[in-house]
Design a protein around this ligand. Structure first.
Ligand SMILES: Cc1cc2nc3c(=O)[nH]c(=O)nc-3n(C[C@H](O)[C@H](O)[C@H](O)COP(=O)(O)OP(=O)(O)OC[C@H]3O[C@@H](n4cnc5c(N)ncnc54)[C@H](O)[C@@H]3O)c2cc1C
Length: 460
């Protein structure tokens, strides 16, 4: 049987539900399809559960540092992984259930549960059902890449999804991948009490960031007793009696790491391979990301792609922003565009890294005349008072326009403090605006104007 709708939304990640609500509120008849868990990655296996676990790990870490703050806990700090897992699951479920319930109650909206597949440019199948619509929105997200490393299929590896079922303490967690996902899991499990080794193929951690950021992150990891193996070549796995052996030929150290569990955190791939995109004439790039224009239209008329599956962002806020852009264009006569947004994200290790705009390396490469300001967190009063002085803040400014080009705040509160810089960048205002604004004492943000008052020429 074929049912006609005004719009079909595939996937209930960050963008899909927003688009559904807005179109339904405008009077359109909307179908939204989910094949697994409502809320997708962020709610179930990404941001929300990991940040809940990061919070547990932070609390345990602080408790162990009692002597630094003038208190003692009798006996050691023992983490109950079942409780940590239950807390995380409850926080995640609150969002998932809230979303599912609200979509199922929404006027003008029909929820379908099952795998969606294009049968033609206007027709989508979900099991035996056939749905048609003039407008179709793809919000299918992505999943962890399982790299074809020798022996990988012979071991019971973990990904960010299966990590959600880990309600025990791995004796020794081997994390393959020293970027955002791997570092967050690595540090939290170290703080829960596991031995942790991070194996990274590249010469440094978070290789997309500036070298000084990578070096500081490495120091933070090593300071907590995490072993980091860089420049790892020939990564492969084999099973021992009660252990997993990971081969990692690095410039330094043993060519083999022996652990109890392996987490693969080497990147993401879009969920576009089983969507029947050919039947709809929707083009993808060589990695499977759906090609979109600046307003998120695909190569097929009447079909949009939003969120991680379009390769234009890999964050909850970029997916949400995609949805706002689509709705602004469709319903609000406002020609918002993807190219209007400024890259911004955080790395949720402790202390966190808040980032916006260009890196120092990107500015140098661009060849433009620039100014740079940098301040260690040891010179930020709030960080000193909190006993959290790792990291630094850094800003790069265009020497001619005085506009801020980019910033990194690796330090306590860095994920929040970076927003004052981001907002001034978005306003295309000169850095002097932020420099003259009176900031609150004692905060991390109060040192941003100070840093901007000490800019120096960025030497080539
Ligand atoms: C460990 C981890 C931590 C993260 N932490 C952060 C963070 O702190 N901050 C941040 O901004 N981002 C974070 N991210 C990234 C963030 O989770 C994603 O960018 C975000 O979820 C956006 O996803 P989306 O809207 O593209 O779709 P998703 O959330 O991936 O949802 C897609 C949905 O589509 C469904 N689907 C797929 N194919 C079909 C089909 N054929 N039929 C029906 N349904 C289908 C899926 O089941 C899924 O529910 C993290 C990611 C990971 C893995």
């Amino acid at each position: 049987m074929t049912t006609q709708f005004d719009a079909i939304v595939i996937g209930t990640g960050q963008a899909g539900p927003y688009i559904t609500r807005r179109l339904a509120a405008s009077g359109m008849k909307v179908a939204i399809i989910e094949r697994k868990l409502f809320g997708g990655t962020c709610v179930n296996t990404g941001c929300i559960p990991t940040k809940a676990m990061v919070a547990s790990a932070y609390a345990a870490h602080l408790a162990r540092r009692g002597a630094d703050f003038g208190f003692a806990i009798d006996g050691g700090v023992r983490v109950d992984m079942q409780q940590v897992s239950a807390r995380k699951a409850a926080i995640s479920a609150q969002s998932r259930v809230g979303l599912e319930t609200s979509l199922k109650k929404l006027d003008n909206c029909t929820v379908f549960e099952g795998h969606a597949r294009f049968e033609s440019p206007r027709e989508v199948s979900v099991g035996a059902e056939r749905l048609t619509a003039e407008r179709i929105f793809i919000n299918v997200g992505g999943r962890a890449v399982v790299p074809p490393m020798p022996g990988v299929e012979d071991i019971a590896y973990l990904t960010n999804s299966s990590m959600m079922s880990v309600d025990f303490l791995p004796r020794h967690l081997i994390v393959v991948g020293g970027s955002y996902v791997g570092l967050e899991f690595g540090q939290m499990f170290r703080r829960f009490g596991s031995e942790v080794t991070i194996i990274e193929m590249g010469p440094r951690l978070v290789g997309r960031e500036d070298e000084d950021v990578s070096a500081a992150v490495l120091e933070i990891m090593q300071h907590e007793g995490i072993e980091v193996r860089l420049n790892a070549k020939c990564i492969g796995f084999s099973k021992g009696a009660d252990e997993i052996r990971a081969r990692a030929e690095c410039k330094e150290g043993s060519p083999e790491v022996r652990g109890s569990h392996v987490l693969l955190a080497v990147g993401r791939q879009p969920n576009t391979d089983d969507l029947g995109l050919d039947n709809a004439g929707v083009a993808t790039d060589e990695r499977g990301y759906i090609a979109v224009d600046d307003q998120l239209r695909t190569s097929a008329w009447g079909i949009w792609a939003v969120g991680d599956c379009n390769g234009r962002g890999a964050f909850t806020h970029t997916s949400w922003n995609d949805a706002e852009i689509v709705i602004a264009n469709l319903l609000e006569n406002d020609a918002r565009r993807v190219s209007d947004r400024i890259s911004a994200y955080a790395l949720y290790i402790d202390p966190p890294l808040g980032r916006c705009g260009l890196t120092e390396a990107q500015v140098r490469k661009s060849g433009r005349k620039a100014l740079i300001g940098k301040r260690p967190m040891t010179k930020v009063g709030r960080a000193v008072e909190k006993g959290e002085t790792q990291g630094f803040m850094k800003v790069v400014v265009d020497a001619e326009t005085k506009e801020i080009l980019g910033a990194a705040i690796l330090g306590t509160g860095g994920d929040e403090a970076v927003h004052s810089i981001l907002d001034v960048m978005y306003a295309k205002a000169p850095y002097t605006v932020i420099q003259r604004a009176m900031h609150i004492h004692p905060t991390v943000s109060e040192l941003i104007p100070t840093m901007l008052g000490e800019l120096k020429a960025l030497e080539a």
